[in-house]
Structure formats: structure tokens, C-alpha cells
Design a protein around this ligand. Sequence first.
Ligand code: NAP
Length: 500
Amino acid sequence: MAAWPAVDSDDGTEQVGADPRPLRFAIVGAGMAGIMAAVRLREAGLGDFTVYEKADRLGGTWRDNTYPGLACDVPSHLYSYSFALNPDWSHLFSPGGEILAYLESVAQRFDVVRSIRFGDEVVRCEFRHGRWHLDTAAGVHDVVDVVIAATGVLHHPRLPDIAGLDSFGGAMFHSARWDHAVPLDGSRIGIVGTGSTAVQIVSAVVDRVARLTLFQRTAQWVMPAANPPFTEEQREEFRRDPGTVTELHANLAQLFDGFSGAVVDAESPQMKHIEDACRANLEGNVADAGLRERLRPDYRAGCKRLIVAPDFYRAIQQPNAVLVTDAIEQVERGGVRTADGRLHELDVLVLATGFKVDAFVRPMVVTGRGGASLDRAWAARPEAYLSISVPDFPNFFMLNGPNGPVGNFSLIQVAELQLGYILQLVECLRRGDCREISPTHEALTTFEAARVAAAAKTVWATGCRSWYLDDRGVPAAWPWPFGRFRQEMEAPRLDAYDMV
Ligand code: NAP
């Protein structure tokens, strides 16, 4: 296990009056955002931190997901840390294993690994005497000034509420818990779901299995996208001239800024362009009229998270692929029975049914100032000022927290911008402007009211079921163009904060 700094005091008072104030941090989670936070803290001279990681390996979602076909549908040169651009990406959209290796190499290169405490989950986090007291499952107690929660969004698998799941006689697992011991070649595989995950699995396994049955509850629009490899000459050029990689990163960022402008304005011409591209993909690439109609969504493209896939339509038209659109009635020992009474016999059943997206830092129990409970604060739904922090939870900051920019963006970019913002708040603590900083209730209320109003104009609110929608049907996302997010992240408006 990596060495990590010991903590010998838990009232925090010995540090009062130090100039600048020495700060100790806990980073919760060693996924993409946690690694980045560790790099940036150390770079800012804030090296007193421990990264708590409940698993025995870093990588977050890229560690948990190992399903066949796993890739990131954000171009790799954008889904990269700005401080560690990578000339060696193999493809425009590189596979998941490569992304995990990249995260591991960055963590090694920036000396993050020695600060990670692996295999220990932070279960409790309590603000007492001006500092955060953390308890881990292994019984470790740590006291820190600042918590950076980098616990991920798509993290807790959601199992479907389907009768008889446990009675299945074959192998069954969630897509984020892929069992590689189960042979696929020549098998009869069933996949529940038609999200980004299921679509990638279908394309990857259809040519290996005897029969692939895709259980589709809701059809999806599919944005066509080729996934060309980078040639060795191109990679050599990237290595020789790192400026070209920087330029590529910047150009892609600009392109995605444009995409954000489209989805937050359902009536924009760019949105129409995306819808036209999806429709042309369906019309042009699915030959059989009956299949085409069953694959045609009855809602607008982009309402659900857009599927970006090079060859889903090719895959689902293979002779051994079956698209089932009858509702699932129950799972039985031999397979899945649908509402038309048919039993679809299966050896393997994959539940590509998504994630519980409203957990964020939970199940960690977080208690703020004056005994405030995060569970209670979020009893209706999770909310955070600018998706980063919550009133009464001072010096507690989230990366990729509630209602932030999601949806076909680089969450690395999002987390980097958020961390830059958080570091400015931390600087107030370090300088001694205050000892505790948290958003005011008024700031959160005003922000939420504006966010909810703006969300009504987004394409996500045009009438579909999706994981973007909260319990009220309001998109739980940043509803403005990405440029506005960049602007907000440039400098905190300190009048939105309680500074004690
Ligand atoms: P998802 O988008 O939430 O899709 C879950 C699928 O399961 C939906 O098709 C849903 O149907 C279906 N489903 C859920 N419960 C069901 C039930 N009881 N019966 C039948 N069908 C059921 O999950 P995901 O595909 O894992 O993707 C989640 C997110 O992960 C993505 O949106 C994306 O942000 C991220 N992701 C990204 C990539 C990438 O390339 N960057 C790849 C994979 C995932 P309904 O549509 O009818 O609800």
C-alpha cells in the first residue's frame, strides 16, 4: 500500500494564525477527476493530501467498465487532461482499456499514486471545529481542512425492476460488472437496454455470438461517426510537434462548445442539423422498412443522450441479430419472456440498464455545519451551487457534482474548469480571508431558479424519458452553452458565499 501522511491532531486549532494557512485536503475517489485534482493541488503547492479510493485500482468508470466495445464517444484528444495531452491515442474515439492505461500513466508520471489510499472507502465525513473529520470503512480517521469529492456520476449500477431476474439459469451481469469468465463465442446473448453502453456492446459482440437479442424499450437516435485510427506517421508528427496536439485539443473543444449551443436551444439550426444527420443515418443505413420503423424514435434527437456510434445499424442488421420491441414480461430460467408470450432463450443476459445518477457522494454520510445533513439537504433531489458546493457544507467541493454540464462533453474538461474555480476559493482559505467558505442559501436558490427556467428550453426537455431528467422531469444538467460555464468558472463571485 502506498505511503500516506499521518494525522495526529483532530481539533485543528493548532493551525490558527499560520500564514499562509497550511491546508490539508482529502480527495475522495481516484477516478479521472480525483487524479486531476491531486495533480493540480500538488502543482499549486498544496501537497498535503490523501486520495481515498475504495477500489484497489484507480480509474473510476474506466476501471469499472470493461465490457466489449467500451470506448469513449468524446474524441480522445479532447477527453485528455490539458496538462497531459497524449500524442499516442490510437483512434479518434479510443477504447476504454487505452483510456484506463492513460489515466494510470498520468497518475504515475505526476506522482499521484503514492498519495492514494487504495481499498478504503470514506464512509463518513463530518464538519467539526472548522475541519472535516473523515472515517473510512477500514477504521482510519483523518482530519482535513478541505474535501474534494470526485466520486463520479455514472457509478452505481441500476438493475432493472424485472420480475424473475434471479431465476435466470445462465450468466447474468450488469454492463459495468462484466464477467469475462463467461464465454461469448457461439452463445445466445441477450442485452437489455439501448443506451450508449448497449449499442457499443451490440457492435462489438454480434460477430462472435450465435444469436444476439437486443431488448429495446425505447428506440434511440444514432449519430453516425467514423472511428478512424491514427496512423503511425500521424502519431509521430504529434510526438515531434506537441503544438499540433494542443491545437487539436483546442479545435475539438471549440467544436463541442458549438454542440452545447445546439442542445441547450432546442430550436437552434445546429440542433436541426444534428436531427437531420440522425434521420439520414436511419433512412440511409437500415434497409428493411419494418426494422427501420422499429428503430425510429418517437421523440427528438438529442432529447436522450445522443448515441454516437459508427456501426450500430450494421450490427443490428446481421442475420444473427434480433431486435425485440415487445415489452419484457419476466425473466425465466431459460431466458426472457416478452409480453407477446414468447420466450427468448438465452445463455447470457447483459443488463445495460444504466446507473443511479442522483447518488453523487452518497452513500458517504456527510454532516456539515451545525449538524446539517447532506441527505436531508438533498431529500428532494441533489442541488449544488454551480454544481460544486452546498450551503452549510463549508470547504466541501464536488467535481462533476449535481446539475453540471453532462451530455456528450468531455467531463475531464468540466472537472478541470471546476478545479480551477475551487482553487480560487481555496486561496481565500489559504490567504486567511476566511476559515470557512460555502455558498449562501440565497445564491443556491437563485441559481437553481435560473437553471430550472433555462432547462425548459433545452432539447432534453422536449418529451422523452432519460437519465438527464430529475423526479420533476426537469433536466438535471447545465442548461446554458458551455461558454457560459467557462465564464462562471473563471472567477468566483464572492458575494455568493458565506465566508466565516
Ligand atoms: P442509459 O443511457 O441509462 O440506458 C439504459 C438503457 O436501459 C435504456 O435503453 C433504458 O430504456 C433501458 N432500461 C432500463 N431499465 C429497463 C427495464 N426495466 N426494461 C427495459 N429496458 C430498460 O445507460 P448506459 O447506456 O449505461 O449509459 C449511461 C451513460 O453512460 C450514457 O448516457 C453516457 O453518458 C455514459 N456512457 C458513455 C459512453 C461513451 O462512449 N462516452 C459509453 C457508455 C456510457 P429506456 O430508454 O426506455 O429508459
